[in-house]
Design a protein around this ligand. Structure first.
Ligand code: PEP
Ligand code: MN
Length: 337
């Protein structure tokens, strides 16, 4: 349930509502907008509905939330959330471009990609130090050494870093290096991991699961926000369908629908969605056109030699061209790069 307070409702009136909720063992989540304060009530429905909130002083209206997710729903928080990652703001006019290799492979590879990303105008860097691979025989990432190389890439370029965390035991270590933690598609419903990243302070990028509905994605985000971390960015990275021409099928319709259902920013990852570098430029422009808050793109100084996801990685020159194209198409759509 959401309890919408009147414009200018007093602090004592807000506190009174919160205390009433606590008296029946419910949690109160406060959302203070420019004019209105909304109190989200989470707990035993029956008990909450027994309290006559509508009759309490300062209360404008009481709205039941029908969706199973609450804290991430737009009903609860009508204004879009802006997530600040080391000074880069996701959820505003800027179309945020995150670029970097699939995996951190070596110092020379990571720094070459990072410098090229910076020169081309990317806003953030990516790179996997812990790689969740389908085969246990594939390259699994450099681990903490990879995190150190990402740290160095940030020092040199000034760009914030996003990197994946795959294990609850690594959350503290990864958050000591990263500006944003990535939860990969395979871990979207790893609820212990979601809880853990919800209890630390770095922003989280939550990727859509391989075969997950939007409702499941938003329920997964709810775990993180419920833990206290409101800085969640969603990522559409393609879903499994019958199509085999691409690695996955990019569901661009996720962007406008997530924007309708939720206040959280959403970006698009055309690299993992298609597995094909030739599709990346068109789908990046598509992501911009449907209103995504950004894209995450894999790049590599020598894609043929990449230890992971070479066929979907753009070469550094191709990435530069893509950035020029995005810069040209952004202004008529009311976006900046
Ligand atoms: C990645 O971004 O490195 C990755 C492994 O992607 P996904 O979890 O979407 O497969
Ligand atoms: Mn990859």
């Amino acid at each position: 349930m959401m309890i919408v307070m009147k414009d200018g409702a007093g602090e004592d009136q807000i506190t009174e509502v919160i205390e009433k909720l606590r008296s029946v063992g419910a949690e109160a989540h406060l959302s203070r907008g420019q004019f209105k304060t909304i109190i989200g009530a989470i707990g035993d429905r029956e008990k909450i509905f027994e309290i006559p909130f509508a009759a309490m002083p300062g209360v404008e209206e009481v709205i039941p939330i029908m969706k199973p997710y609450k804290l991430v729903s737009r009903e609860f928080h009508p204004e879009g959330t802006v997530v600040n990652v080391g000074g880069v703001r996701l959820g505003e006019d800027q179309f945020v471009v995150i670029a970097g290799p699939c995996a951190v492979e070596s110092e020379s590879q990571m720094l070459a990609a990072a410098k090229a990303a910076k020169e081309a105008g990317a806003h953030m860097l990516r790179g996997g130090a812990f790689k969740p691979r389908s085969s246990p025989y594939s390259f699994q990432g450099l681990g903490e050494e990879g995190l150190r190389l990402l740290d160095r890439a940030r020092d040199i370029t000034g760009l914030p870093i996003v990197t994946e965390v795959v294990d609850v035991r690594h959350v503290v270590m990864v958050s000591n290096y990263a500006d944003m933690l990535q939860i990969g598609a395979r871990n979207m419903q790893n609820f212990l991991l979601l809880r853990e990243v919800g209890m630390q302070s770095k922003p989280v990028m939550l990727k859509r699961g391989l075969s997950s509905t939007l409702e499941e994605l938003l329920m997964a985000a709810e775990y993180i926000v419920r833990g206290g971390n409101k800085n969640v960015v969603l990522c559409e990275r393609g879903i499994r369908t019958f199509e085999t021409a691409t690695r996955n099928t990019l569901d661009l319709s996720a962007v406008p629908l997530v924007k309708k259902y939720s206040h959280l920013p959403i970006i698009v990852d055309p690299s993992h969605a298609t597995g094909k570098r030739e599709a990346i430029p068109a789908l990046s422009r598509g992501a911009l056109a449907v209103g995504a808050d950004g894209v995450m793109i894999e790049i590599h100084p020598d894609p043929q030699a990449a230890l992971c996801d070479g066929p979907q990685s753009l070469g550094l020159e191709e990435f530069r061209t893509l950035m020029d194209e995005l810069r040209a198409v952004a202004p008529p759509l009311g976006r900046t790069l």
